[in-house]
Write a protein that binds this ligand. Structure first.
Ligand code: BES
Ligand code: MN
Ligand code: MN
Length: 451
């Protein structure tokens, strides 16, 4: 490992712990002071690492930390994106240690945000320090670290429009995805898009006695279950008319290449304690989670949910439903198709309201670009093996937005692992991933500036 990283790793980790201790949860307004604190912390650390101009930019929502390290107009420029906001920690009782008190166990850091994205974002801050202290920074680097990724990056478009003149760059570099393993390196080459809706079903105007009225009025919870069930068929294909119309057909060659990636099915079953995996018929797990669109209920509620039994027919039933999208599907179009279809299948006596939440477009990144080649070399030189290109199932909607607004491709240089349990209790990040990731990032900048 790079000697400077080796000598300073304990301090790097203790700084990472300091930011992990700040509960910068973006979904919940009661954490807004901590969100600000996290932004200020990153500003100070970017300055200490050697950035010349760092600002905490206020937006209509959470602040964005913007910084620059300029080494010369003749040098290429890398724009680094990351996010300092985290998902809520709930359900808190399922954590083995408190989510905002990081601990190390078996070489892994346990805390909310350990991987997504504080741990990965902080690799970039430390990579700047490493280059600045040890051999020099080979290219211009701009940092744009936001605090609303987990709630849909609502103000990043505003920021990009307002700071357009500062954001010229040659490539965008993001560490907010995962890889197959440190011994099977991979680079993420695609992300799915997202449509996210909340549905509200209203039956009778008030909650009813389930004996006096049961059987004579449509129960909104029963109706919701039937409606949700009808959204997929016996092949687990989605039944919304037009849903698959624009889905990119991946060539047989590419599918054959994907089939060569080592299957993780057995390991996944074991890890998740399930006896079978299932999904859309005719596709492998890897395909189901990368090149195919999906629909999932993320939450469903209504009626009596306290202790004991209450005999009641609720007036309302609710669900939150997400659809992951693939290239050429459009988030707005799919939301519209869903909304029309869902309303059309409501049984008698039920009114349906569909409220769209944030969404985002899918993205694929080129593998013949300078940026991808620099990433490939950096990984190979750090981890000893050529990385495999793999599309991921997750979403980072700003990747498509950057392409549209800035005309720039992103390199998804992620060092997470599937065992990191992001968004779940006991999220963690391997110390090895953090340190090797930091090293690989320094290499990326060197290769990129030479290619
Ligand atoms: N970093 C994740 C996305 C991710 C993780 C992509 C692993 C690929 C591999 C990001 O923070 C995230 O959670 N995105 C959300 C979407 C967002 C609009 C809330 C997601 O994918 O659910
Ligand atoms: Mn993330
Ligand atoms: Mn996330």
């Amino acid at each position: 490992m790079n000697a400077y990283i080796e000598q300073n790793k304990d301090r790097f980790l203790s700084e990472l712990f300091d930011i992990l201790k700040i509960p910068s949860v973006s979904t919940d307004a009661s954490f807004s002071d901590d969100v600000k604190k996290a932004a200020e912390f990153i500003k100070i650390k970017l300055e200490e690492a050697g950035a010349d101009k760092v600002e905490v930019v206020e937006t209509p929502g959470n602040p964005i930390v913007y910084g620059e390290k300029n080494v010369g107009d003749d040098k290429p420029t890398v724009l680094v994106y990351g996010h300092y906001d985290v998902q809520p920690a709930d359900p808190i009782e399922l954590w083995d240690s408190p989510p905002f008190e990081p601990v190390v166990k078996d070489g892994r850091i346990y805390a909310r945000g350990a991987c997504d994205d504080k741990g990965q974002m902080y690799m970039h801050v430390k990579a700047l320090e490493v280059m600045n202290q040890d051999g020099g920074v080979p290219c211009n680097i701009k940092f744009m670290i936001e605090g609303e990724e987990e709630i849909g990056s609502n103000n990043l478009g505003w920021f990009v429009d307002n700071f357009r003149d500062r954001l010229d760059a040659d490539v965008i570099l993001i560490s907010d995805t995962d890889m197959l393993g440190l011994d099977t390196p991979s680079i993420c080459t695609g992300l799915r898009g997202l449509s996210y809706v909340e549905v509200e079903l209203t039956g009778p105007s008030r909650d009813l006695h389930s004996g006096l009225y049961g059987g004579s009025v449509t129960n909104p919870i029963n109706a919701l279950c039937k409606m949700v069930d009808s959204l997929t068929d016996e092949n687990n294909s989605i039944t919304i008319p037009g849903f698959y119309d624009n889905v990119e057909v991946v060539s047989d060659e590419e599918r054959a290449k994907m089939a060569k990636a080592p299957s993780k099915d057995e390991a996944t079953k074991k890890e998740l304690d399930i006896d079978e995996l299932d999904g859309e018929h005719g596709y492998s797990s890897l395909e189901r989670t990368s090149i195919r669109p999906t629909m999932d209920v993320n939450g469903i509620w209504g009626g009596y949910m306290q202790e004991g039994a209450k005999t009641v027919i609720a007036s309302k039933a609710y669900a939150k439903i997400s659809m992951r999208l693939v290239p050429n599907q459009s988030s707005d179009e799919i939301t519209e198709l869903f909304s029309n279809h869902f309303k059309s299948i409501a049984p008698k006596g039920i009114k349906v309201k569909v409220t769209p939440h944030h969404g985002g477009e899918p993205a694929v990144t080129p593998i013949d670009s300078k940026g991808y080649k620099a990433a490939e070399l950096a990984m190979k030189n750090t981890l000893g093996k050529d990385p495999i290109p793999v599309r991921s199932g997750g979403s980072i909607p700003i990747v498509a937005m950057f392409k549209e607004k800035l005309g720039l491709d992103s390199v998804l240089f992620g060092f997470g692992l599937s065992i990191d349990a992001i968004h779940s209790p006991n999220e963690s990040y391997g110390i090895e991933n953090f340190l090797k990731g930091t090293e690989a990032i320094t290499r990326f900048h060197h290769h990129f500036s030479k290619l």
